[in-house]
Every structure is written in C-alpha cells, then in structure tokens.
Design a protein around this ligand. Structure first.
Ligand SMILES: O=C(O)CCC(=O)C(=O)O
Ligand SMILES: [Fe+2]
Length: 338
C-alpha cells in the first residue's frame, strides 16, 4: 500500500448492493459492520453531487453572515431548540463544545395544549432570511438524507433477519428528522480540543456529510479512538440508541466525538438524524437465535440512562445540551425533575 492511499479502519458499504445480485453477501457485510463497529461509510447512495456541494455552499454563506444576522434566528427564541447556536453554547458530557450550528426539525405548528412534556418539541423552524436558497437547498438535502437513511434502515432490518419494513411501525410520515448545519472553528486559544464531547446519538440512525478536514473519532470496543477519515462522496452512518434498544444491544450505539481542527482551520459537517415518531415506545425485536446469543444488552450508564419512549429520550438530550434554551422555556419541567 502506498503512503498516499487512504487508510481508514471503518467499513465501507455500497448501499446499491442491497438491491443487486449480491444482496445476501451485502447483508452479511452490513451486519458485521453494524454489530462490530456501529459506524460505516455509505457510498452508492445516488445523492447528486451538486446537492452535496450546494448544501455546504449554503452553510458557508450562513456562517459568513455578521454575527447579528446569525443571531436573528438564535435558538433561544425557540422552545423547540430550533435555529442558531453560538460557538460555546452547547454542552456534551457537561463540557462546552466548540462549534456553531443551525438545528432544523420537522416543520409543524406547535400544539395548543400539549399533554406530555416531549410534545412541546413539536413546532416550527427558524430559517435565515438573508441567505437566498438556504431553505430550499437544505430541504432538498434533507429529503435525500431521509431517503438514504430509510434505505439503510431497511437494509439493517433485513440484515438482522426481520422484514425490511420492520422499523416502519414506529415511523411512518411522522418520523423525527433533525438536520444540523455545523461549523467547527479552529480550536480556541486555550488549546481545548473538544469540538463535540463523546456521546451517542439518540434516534435510529445518524448520517453525516463531512468536508475534507476530518476530526470525527469513533470509540472502538477496546476503548481506543478510530479516525473517521473523510472519504469523498460518502456519508458516515452510525447506529443510534433506539436501534440499540430495539435489538437488545446486538446493534450498539457507538460513542463518538469530534476533535477541533487546529487554530486557523475550520471544518463543516452536516449530520442528519432519523428517529421514530415522538410518541413511539420502541420494543425489543425477537432476533434469530444465533444473533440473540451475541446481543450485548442495552447499556445503562449512570450519566445517560436510555429511554425506550423516544420523545422522552430526545427531550432529555435537548435539555442537557442546550441549558440556556432549557432555562428559558423548560423551567417547569426542569423544576419537576430536579
Ligand atoms: O460533526 C461531526 O462529525 C459529528 C457530529 C455529531 O456527532 C453530532 O452532532 O451528533
Ligand atoms: Fe453524534
């Protein structure tokens, strides 16, 4: 192997094989990748290159706006945690992350009389008014990210011996989608390396489009960290907590983190999260005996208990990561729970 050749320890999956002649071999590869690593690259997805480039252009245009224009859609305006988060205002593992971002969810009207706390996550987005085409481009990208994620979810269901459509029961047209448009500035003067602290993602699956800079790291089973080296044209996929719960830990939500780029270098990334409906309570699937024997059980960490009720799982995540928004709009819920 020449020293120029790209070396990456994460498996690479060509999702077009799922509909092709070697489907069974593909499902074996996918099963191994999803069980052993929980992270893999996906190529052969058919998302037009112009759209992948276009969404990064939209991101660059937004983050190039003067701060007061970015703050016009600050998430502090939104009980649903939608909109812009300034660098240093998001927390993971109780420690400040070093990135700025725009969070976008399903576009709905807020409910008049929500019965459950998590129903207050339903509501409208905040869109920047001064980046022409931002909304259309992001929505077009979101549609494609949803299409590819659904295909990967169907392949995962087939790979664990279930019907392709198995996970659709907690899903349908009300799927929880979440797009994050992210910019990591170079690391701050004090040299802190946390772009995003180590965490798991809470839905079914996460898809990530990243630029060429790198910095995402994935925790291996031995505790070491593997670089998710950028592979042009690919998406990085990882398993979320709801699939860990649904498979009794046969599929594991793998911890990952982002190391900030060096000072003076910036990185753009666009994660997309696919979750079940907010009112879904995910129950364990009956796995084929051979797989069940290798299921590791659902991890229960003191600092991150997993909730099978998806809306609750999502709410806990939002409250923890955006304390200022939580204080402004969710004081009653925080007080009840303290
Ligand atoms: O930006 C990345 O590479 C990953 C971000 C991430 O893990 C997240 O936002 O959950
Ligand atoms: Fe993540």
């Amino acid at each position: 192997m020449s020293s120029q050749e790209q070396v990456t320890a994460l498996p690479l999956m060509d999702i077009s094989r799922f509909r092709g002649a070697d489907r069974e071999a593909f499902l074996d590869d996918l099963r191994r990748a999803a069980h052993e690593v929980g992270f893999f690259y996906v190529v052969g997805h058919g998302v037009p290159e112009e759209l992948m480039t276009g969404v990064f252009d939209a991101a660059r245009a937004f983050f190039a706006l003067p701060e007061e224009r970015r703050l016009a859609i600050e998430n502090i305006n939104s009980p649903q945690f939608r909109g812009y988060t300034r660098t240093g205002y998001e927390y993971t593992g109780g420690t400040r992350d070093w990135r700025e971002q725009v969070d976008i969810g399903p576009e709905r009207a807020a409910l008049d009389a929500p019965e459950h706390a998590w129903q207050r996550l339903i509501g409208p987005n905040q869109w920047p008014q001064d980046v022409p085409g931002f909304r259309d481009t992001v929505l077009a990208w979101q549609d494609e990210a949803l299409r590819v994620s659904r295909e990967v979810l169907r392949a995962l269901a087939a790979a664990i011996g279930a019907d392709e459509g198995y996970f659709d029961r907690w899903f349908d047209e009300e799927a929880s989608t979440h797009v994050k448009i992210v910019r990591y500035p170079g690391r701050p003067d004090d040299g802190t390396e946390q772009g995003v602290g180590a965490h798991k993602d809470y839905g079914y699956l996460a898809l990530l489009q990243q630029d060429e800079v790198g910095g995402l790291q994935v925790q291996a089973q031995d505790g070491g960290w593997i670089d998710a080296t950028p592979v042009p044209g690919s998406f990085v996929f990882n398993i979320g907590e709801m699939l860990e719960i649904a498979t009794g830990g046969y599929l594991t939500a793998t911890r990952h983190r982002v190391v900030s780029p060096p000072a003076g270098v910036q990185r753009y990334s666009i994660p997309f999260f696919l979750g079940p409906r907010l009112d879904a309570v995910v129950e364990p699937i009956e796995l084929p005996a051979e797989l069940a024997g290798r299921a590791r059980g659902v991890s229960q960490e003191a600092d991150n208990p997993l909730h099978a009720a998806y809306g609750e799982n999502a709410l806990v995540g939002w409250l923890r990561s955006h304390p200022k928004v939580a204080q402004r709009w969710w004081g009653d819920v925080l007080a009840e729970r303290s």
